[in-house]
Design a binder for this molecule. Structure first.
Ligand SMILES: Cc1cc2nc3c(=O)[nH]c(=O)nc-3n(C[C@H](O)[C@H](O)[C@H](O)COP(=O)(O)OP(=O)(O)OC[C@H]3O[C@@H](n4cnc5c(N)ncnc54)[C@H](O)[C@@H]3O)c2cc1C
Length: 439
């Protein structure tokens, strides 16, 4: 692990709003650069399991090479992406190696690295370097407001509500990073018009212990990410293997992660979002155990009627307690505010459709760029240009991939053409300026 050398004269007080993956990656990079970091997170330390797989793109691996000192692996590796047709024919779609994990395993690893948080995933804390800055992770605290204090050397003041005591306190910082997700307080303050746009479909997610499926099915999904496209319905499903309970990678203890995308009209979406227990309407996610049984059964039946190949049928039939996420996206036109004192990163800046597994890559890319900015390697303007270019292109790519899987061919072609036009322009600009292409 290569930690940049600490330089006390440039050490800053940084507050990060949001202690999920983007906030933790940013906090870790800033701590290793010698800055004093506080992460303010409204949820508790014990995060509800997302029961979900997460694919780590190359930028995440680049981030981990610099900032992860733990030696045990937390990812399952596959060698390719395959498509399985209804007639059982299997085709290699792409031969790229992928690292796959679960949301929980990644979260607890970052917590262990950032603040030595003890969890069943990481029962001992790694040692920290003398050059690290100080760190705090404040769970159950919610940031309510942020104000620029011009009379105090341009520092920032935050009103923070302690959700356990109900008391509000004031915190001060040199820099505030909004890693507060798609419903960001920071984005709502500076960019109120940037809102989630419903993409026209939802994703159903669930996991099945590998021991519950046949040897053939387990073997198929353990080496590859496997996709099946239901052409008539313009929908698709994906299965891959992820770590099991407490991040176990032992054969026999891992999980098969099942993902099914279905197109939904506003009416059917309304039905899906109604909570099975108390009947209230969710906005973006229906948690596991709260999806109505009859709604899930209908989606399973429909998938089976569409000649879902046997290994997928085996897995979908064993998914208990699926959860639903509404697919939406947006991309902000600005990322730096208050003369570069307030920055937006991760899903707070741009929300991608999940197909390209670029959300965590974005969080890693933004976090590395924040570290360069805080260390004076790049200016606020350069930081903003860099992260906006990255986010815009990956957002366009996620729209293209989503439309390719879920919409008709004309829509898919138009979004593909749009994406490649933007990429072409950026590549020419990068070549002209002898710079690195952003994608
Ligand atoms: C089930 C699931 C599967 C995914 N699969 C993939 C995948 O395969 N590949 C991939 O690259 N990406 C995937 N993603 C997306 C990826 O996890 C995100 O892009 C990444 O975690 C970055 O999210 P974030 O930290 O920016 O935002 P979030 O995870 O939304 O975190 C924002 C945090 O801010 C906190 N917060 C919000 N407002 C306040 C406030 N006012 N005060 C204090 N705290 C606040 C929230 O409680 C939350 O913890 C997946 C996400 C989920 C949920």
């Amino acid at each position: 692990m290569a930690s940049p050398t600490r330089n006390d004269s440039t050490c800053c007080d940084v507050i990060i709003i949001g202690g999920s993956l983007a906030g933790l990656m940013c906090g870790l990079a800033a701590k290793h650069a010698g800055h004093n970091v506080q992460i303010i997170e409204q949820s508790s330390n014990a995060r509800q399991s997302h029961r979900a797989g997460i694919g780590l793109a190359p930028y995440v691996n680049a981030f981990l090479e610099h900032h992860d000192c733990l030696v045990n692996s937390f990812t399952h590796h596959t060698t390719n992406l395959k498509t399985l047709k209804s007639n059982g024919a299997l085709q290699v779609f792409s031969s790229q190696k992928r690292s796959l994990t679960s949301w929980d395993a990644f979260y607890y690893r970052l917590r262990s690295l950032y603040d030595g948080h003890i969890s069943p995933y990481y029962p001992t804390a790694p040692s920290s370097a003398e050059t690290d800055g100080s760190i705090i992770y404040k769970p159950r605290n919610q940031v309510l407001e942020i104000t620029r204090l011009r009379e105090h050397d341009s520092s920032l003041s935050l009103d923070v509500l302690d959700l356990d005591t109900g008391k509000t306190s004031e915190l001060r910082a040199d820099y505030v990073i909004g890693a507060d997700g798609p419903d960001s307080l920071i984005r709502a303050k500076y960019l109120p018009d940037v809102q989630r746009q419903y993409a026209g479909y939802v994703v159903w997610r669930g996991v099945v212990p590998e021991g519950q499926v046949s040897d053939f099915t387990r073997e198929l999904f353990s080496h590859s990410i496997v996709v099946h496209i239901m052409k008539q319905e313009r929908t698709h499903c994906v299965v891959y293997m992820i770590p099991g309970v407490n991040g176990s990678l032992k054969p026999g203890e891992r999980l098969l992660n099942f993902i099914l995308y279905t197109n939904e009209t506003p009416e059917t979406l309304n039905d899906i979002l109604v909570d099975a227990i108390d009947g209230h309407r969710h906005h973006n996610t229906v948690p596991a155990g709260q999806v109505k049984d009859e709604i899930w059964s209908k989606r399973v039946e429909r998938a089976e009627l569409n000649a879902l190949p046997a290994p997928f049928q085996e897995v979908i039939g064993k998914v208990k307690q699926p959860f639903v996420q509404v697919i939406a996206d947006f991309c902000s036109p600005s990322a730096a505010f208050e003369d570069g004192k307030v920055l937006l990163i991760g899903d707070a800046l741009a929300l991608f459709r999940p197909h390209a597994a670029a959300g965590s890559a974005q969080a890693a890319f933004h976090s590395l760029a924040v570290s360069d900015y805080l260390n004076g390697k790049i200016s606020a303007q350069q930081w903003e240009e860099k992260v906006l270019k990255f986010s815009f292109l990956h957002w366009q790519q996620s729209i293209w991939w989503g439309n390719w899987y879920q919409k008709n061919i004309a829509i898919a072609l138009i979004s593909g053409l749009r994406f490649w036009t933007y990429v072409g322009i950026e590549r020419v600009k990068a070549w002209w300026n002898s710079a690195e292409s952003p994608i």
